[in-house]
Design a protein. Sequence first.
Lengths: 277, 511
Amino acid sequence: MDRVWEYGHSNHVLEPSWMCGGSQSGDSPPEYNPGLHRPIPGLISAGGSVSDPLFGAMLQSIIDGSPEKATELAQQALANGVDPLDAVNRGFAVGIKFAGDQFGCGEMFLPDLLASAEAMKAAIKILEPEMLRRGSQREALGKIVLGTARGDIHDIGKNLVATILSASGFQIFDLGTSVTPEQFVAKAKEVDADIVGVSALLTTTMAGQKSVIEALDRNGLRPRVKAIIGGAAVTAKWAAEIGADGYSRNAIDALELARNLMSKVTGKVTNKETAQA
Amino acid sequence: MRPRIQLLSPELVGRILREAFELLMSPGVRVGSAVVELLRSAGVEVGVATGVAAGVAANDGVARIPERLVQQCLASVPRDFYLYNRQGEKAVHYGGDDVHFDPGSCCVQMLDPDTLEARPSETRDLVRIVQVTEMLPQFAAQSTAVVCNDACSDSKLPSAIGDLYRLFIVLQHSDKPIVSGSFSAAGLPGMIDLLVADTGGPEKLRQQPRAVFDVCPSPPLNWSEFGSHNLLDLARAGVPAEVVSMPLAGGTAPVTLAGSVTQHAAEVLAGITLHQLARPGSPIVWGGAPAIFDMRTGGAPMGAVETAMLNMACSEVGKHLGLPTHGYLVATDSKLVDAQAGAESARSAMLGALAGINMISGAGMLESLACFSVEKLVIDAESIASAQRLARGIEVRSDDVRGDDVRGQTLATAMFAQTGLSGEFLQLKETRALFRQEQHLPSPVIDRTARGSEPPTDVFTRARTRVDDLVSKYRKPALSEDVLRKFQAIVARESEREADRAGVATEGSGK
């Protein structure tokens, strides 16, 4: 019943023009491709490939959203002496990128994306101790403090953002719901955050987003710390009005936004690609 | 429970049929000369029409068909049958409450999406419509949607074989079943030959028909030479026929909806009788394109709610008789792909689905069936998907998501047992396993996104993108060189025959 994404059956990730199933025109169809033979920009360390069947199975476990399979493959990688960082960068993370692209194209949906993120978490959980031991821990893309605005207990959107960003390599500090501006400031200082994200569903609690930004300003954290906002009623206009550094409409756009902001924070580009969202 | 709408009480259906049988005796039905002998040998009185001199009236005879004979013919009609795709799989089930959709057919004009003007339709338009239809699961069948004015004109192929040429194009570009029809009595045999070449033999075509042919009586109560002839040819070939009776309430039929439904019933019953006399047991569909007559314009408003009501009621009568049904909906009277087009088409798609009409033709049609838009076709596909979803109703799922029988049997408590009050339903395995069945997931033609920094697009713009997208993903079916050569030979042969027939008038225009 479920749709099956067979990663190896198309070169979606290889050719941006086929990103959304070949919708960008072109005469030749994507041919069957039993594995990836070229590096994926921004995701695989230079020269990497997924020609290795183990890496192929890893990314497929993420696309399938199977934490059980991802766990098993991570354990297998460790048993075979595969560098855990390679397992992430050349295997599992490629799957997350693919899932994100498919979501952006409308081919995958929120439950699929969450399942992929859960599978990613499961793999990282197995690989992390070995990465620590080797001192080769995956470099976090950035540190992000998240929470919903004071008085707002709606956190489904915030949780999605946390899951997607975390699975994509950001370090997330989730303060939960109805968070005061002071709590945001304290956490941002404590962890030396790069980004603070404030979610608000209600028009009545959107004012809380402004309060957080003002508190960050008062405490001299900005412009070094970037403030981003989200929520059903939030618009680009509102973001501009309260001086936010950005806003996004959904979790995948939030990932792109965070990546772009990190390139401003660190001065280096973490991901040159443009999301297809 | 499958949701259904019924417009007729059992008593009213009985009255409609009683009066329909009366109409078949008085005033009777005008029939073509092709069927006069057939009727007479069945004991039917075929007289001389009023106003026509005796001795030359064979072609204008009026048949008085007794109920006894009609009932006998009804008894031999198959209650259901299937259309098959090129792979020989069952793809359309004519029967029960199964609902299928196909694009409207036989348009002569195409909406140009750049100029928004209607221009004569061409081969490239038909190919594009077929490609898009092939890609959309909402359409169980293709139709010979538009006439190819470029290929069939005085300078090229004879326009009289335009019906054959449409089928020739559709067969090359599609694996799906086809709703078709011929323009003349002479046109049909060549079309059947094309299907025989495609299927692999006349007997195979009988067993696994790929196409159904619309055959239209002329209202009121007239089975013309062309229509009569087509019914006989289809019955003898065993290729399914679809009677498309088109009363216009207030114009060519009684103004009351009930009166028009009665006329429709009489016309279809007469068609079924001719058809079954020719070959009992041949498949035939209780179909139609009834509409009201517009009292301002004199046109046939396909988007009117009364037109939808007529289609629903006519289908109900057919269902009462246990026959496969067809209707003409999902069309609009608007000249543009605008809000009127969307409202009228979506409304009738829902009504048709809830009426359980087996085949609903008409998607993609604008301007009261005068113009086709492939952009409208992809928008209609979304309305159809919604209608199909509605017709499935609220289902209780026994899906065993976690290998735990008891859990799968509850509506909500098993899921709450996992989430408590956390509200984390999005993460549940049940959610991922079931959301695709519970929700229709629309294509980007339907905009549900939050407002972004880009200006919002309108549905026509999104539909144009969607058409390009589908066409780019479409792959032409693999057709053997041998079959293609046979197709070409049939087209060439029919062109020559038509040239020989030159000067002989062809009659009417098919659906």
